[in-house]
Ligand binder design. Structure first.
Ligand code: URA
Length: 241
């Protein structure tokens, strides 16, 4: 393969977007064959040793797994027939076949896993593994203890009874209540519909955790590679490690 711009290589290897890769290069974190790399430098993935923070970058893009902090207003789909912005617009340098793991509504923000590992994606969304997903929700009105108890023990949706959930009230004001909820399935608009069953409309929803993965300090619209430790933990959760 001929030499390519470093930011393109890094993006393909999972540094998500070229712009982010440029930041990593500009920060002096990248070396090519032991030499500090300058922005715009070229390299050949097959012959050069490229390191970020002293660790060789993954040459095999077949199993790139990233976490994206999805802003509201972006649709989780490969192509939107209505021409709306999709999560792929946030990942211009994404490796081919990077697929999303479950969906977030257009009006939901937060943690979205994306991976080129089809088996991992499949298992993470399979109901058998009951991967916990945590959301922070703002809902209209005051949520009574009884409503919280109902959410915890499970409510009836058209798909059936929801599994026991962890629900905590985080705060409230005159018009709204903030809650944290952890669910173990991934039905379409599940959290919004669960709150509807107890009479509350969700006005803001953010996913903050999936299994062992959190957003850390990832800004909205930014993405990061999962670490090796996170990947091992994630794979263990779904019987792959
Ligand atoms: N539950 C919802 O209601 N929306 C999401 O995007 C995710 C979970």
């Amino acid at each position: 393969m001929p030499a390519e711009r470093l930011q393109k290589i890094l993006a393909r290897a999972g540094y998500a977007s070229r712009r982010q890769a440029e930041v990593v290069i500009a920060a002096g974190r990248v070396t090519v064959n032991g030499e500090l790399a300058a922005l715009g430098a070229r390299a050949d993935l097959e012959v050069d040793r490229i390191e970020v923070d002293g660790a060789p970058i993954r040459i095999d893009p077949a199993d790139v797994t990233i976490v994206l902090n999805k802003p509201t207003g972006f649709v989780v789909t490969a192509e939107d027939e209505r021409g709306r912005r999709t999560v792929y617009d946030l990942l211009p340098g994404a490796p081919p076949h990077l697929r999303y793991v479950g969906r977030l509504d257009r009006d939901t923000s937060g943690l979205l896993i994306m991976t080129t590992d089809g088996e991992l994606a499949h298992r993470l969304t399979h109901p058998r593994y009951e991967v916990p997903k945590t959301y922070e929700a703002v809902v209209e009105g005051q949520v009574a203890d009884e409503g919280i108890a109902r959410l915890r023990s499970g409510v009836r949706l058209e798909e059936g009874q929801t599994l026991p959930a962890q629900v905590e009230r985080m705060g409230r004001d005159a018009e709204s209540t903030q809650l944290r909820i952890t669910i173990h399935e991934g039905h379409n608009r599940q959290v919004r519909r669960m709150f509807e069953t107890i009479g509350h409309r969700v006005t803001r929803l953010t996913r903050t955790r999936v299994g062992p993965l959190t957003l850390d300090h990832l800004a909205l619209g930014e993405s990061r590679n999962v670490t090796d430790a996170e990947l091992t933990e994630l794979r263990r959760l779904v019987g792959l490690a």
